[in-house]
Design a binder for this molecule. Structure first.
Ligand code: DLL
Length: 435
């Protein structure tokens, strides 16, 4: 594999104690600033009876209140921003819940730190000037496309902004342009490999594609093995729009995802009690973004389940590492790369007078692509055997769901009483995807 390359060795290999001191300084400055100059954070701290002077070491971060996605929704669109509007240079929007999306704003410095994180990450997996990277995450409101794009350009790679879709064309481009690395969701990667096979293209023999940077949704070691059987080495990449977007990857060792500790401070807590957990203990990740200007995040409850890994990484980086995300503490589903909350589906269905109280959500994987089917029970007065009326109603429900969820879902209408009733806690989501 040759000599280990670092993008920013001073920070990436900084002695752990030094990094902690740096994190403490950043935290202290962040908390002081927000307490003095921002109403939202000031009021929160007062409400929580904590003053910046109470923070005297890194562990004191636990005295600060948590932040939740609900805070972002309540303050939609820009009430959480802490800089004047003319300092905002970019927005991204994450898919909505109950009709309301989450807006993220960035200053130029915010974009630069995001890109810096990706430059370190891509360098750690050997992506550099000799690579041509096809970015097949969605470009647009989603952070995946533009995020990976700027990161890959920063390390000097040639970037092909393919975005999603038109997979046969994507396979042709991989061949024609000698693409060496791809960034996309793991399910799209599998779809692309299937498509190549159908086209008679042998990835290993007919292309130069050797690396894939996969994330934005959960995946597993068995998916990794499947992808690697095509001669493509697969790496996990993690991030969320509240942090910036895709940011952190495994290194060549693939022994956890390296977090840029100078940019983000990670705590793992017990999701029930909120108490901090030790390295090696699985819990909910809570993040504090140490450098963000436009939309700071202090102790933000991401809801992803992971743990901080013990010991040193053989790559020489001293940065904290988290394990592969193993689930969520809420019911969020990721369907074709879109974050979908079942509560969002329920909310949409409730707006339609013909729909009764019972519904079921089925998520499956057809080939490599996710399919979502929603069965809805109609009210007795709405149910008829006139096919035309039923088709029109189905069309209306599908359109309403498409509008709120941003993805196509298949709707099946059911007669009153036809769907299962639950005696205990209703289990309306059946997710049969094997990952
Ligand atoms: O998915 C950002 C991203 C883009 C990450 C491209 C990686 C690659 P959101 O749309 O805000 O941002 O969704 C964030 O997706 O809380 C996790 O639940 C899930 N997720 C992201 N990466 C992974 C991963 C982007 N590698 C939410 N493994 C997060 C498992 C992931 N889950």
């Amino acid at each position: 594999m040759g000599m280990t390359m670092y993008w920013n060795p001073k920070i990436e290999c900084m002695p752990k104690e030094e990094l902690k001191a740096l994190q403490y300084r950043e935290l202290k400055q962040l908390v002081n600033n927000l307490y003095s100059f921002n109403k939202f954070y000031h009021d929160r701290m007062v409400e929580h009876k904590v003053h910046p002077d109470d923070i005297t070491c890194l562990k004191d971060i636990a005295k600060l209140p948590f932040m939740y996605k609900q805070d972002l929704r309540d303050n939609y669109p820009t009430k959480m921003f802490t800089v004047p509007n003319n300092e905002i240079v970019r927005y991204h929007v994450s898919s909505g819940t109950t009709g309301k999306p989450t807006l993220v704003g960035y200053t130029q410095n915010d974009l630069d730190y995001w890109t810096e994180a990706l430059a370190r990450s891509f360098t750690s997996i050997g992506i550099g000037p000799d690579d041509t990277m096809q970015v097949s995450y969605g470009y647009g409101l989603f952070t995946g496309g533009l995020g990976a794009h700027y990161g890959a350009e920063k390390v000097g790679a040639t970037v092909l902004p393919a975005s999603t879709g038109n997979t046969e064309r994507q396979v042709e481009l991989i061949q024609d342009l000698g693409v060496t690395a791809i960034a996309c969701t793991p399910s799209y990667m599998i779809h692309l490999l299937d498509t190549a096979k159908k086209m008679g293209v042998d990835i290993q023999r007919d292309t130069k594609l050797r690396k894939a940077v996969l994330g934005a949704e959960p995946w597993s070691e068995s998916m990794r093995e499947h992808i690697e059987s095509y001669g493509v080495r697969a790496y996990d990449i993690y991030g969320t729009s509240e942090q910036a977007g895709p940011m952190f990857t495994e290194c060549e060792e693939r022994n956890g995802i390296h977090i840029c500790g100078d940019i983000m401070y990670v705590e793992i807590i017990d999701p029930e009690s909120g108490e901090p957990l030790e390295e090696g203990e699985k819990g909910e990740m809570v993040v504090t973004m140490l450098k963000k200007e436009a939309m700071p995040m202090i102790r933000y409850r991401i809801k992803d389940i992971t743990m901080l890994m013990e010991g040193e990484c053989a790559c020489g980086r001293t940065s904290p590492r988290i394990a592969r995300i193993s689930g969520r503490t809420d019911d969020m589903l990721i369907v074709r790369g879109i974050n979908v909350f079942p509560s969002q589906i329920e909310y949409t269905l409730l707006q339609i007078p013909e729909v009764g109280d019972q519904y079921m959500i089925y998520v499956s994987r057809e080939g490599a692509l996710d399919e979502m089917t929603i069965q809805v029970e109609l009210r007795p007065e709405a149910f008829t055997d006139k096919l035309e009326d039923m088709l029109a109603l189905r069309g209306r429900i599908e359109a309403a769901l498409k509008k709120y969820l941003n993805i196509y879902v298949k709707v099946e209408l059911k007669a009153p009483g036809e769907l299962p009733r639950f005696t205990g806690k209703a289990k309306r989501v059946v997710d049969t995807r094997v990952i």
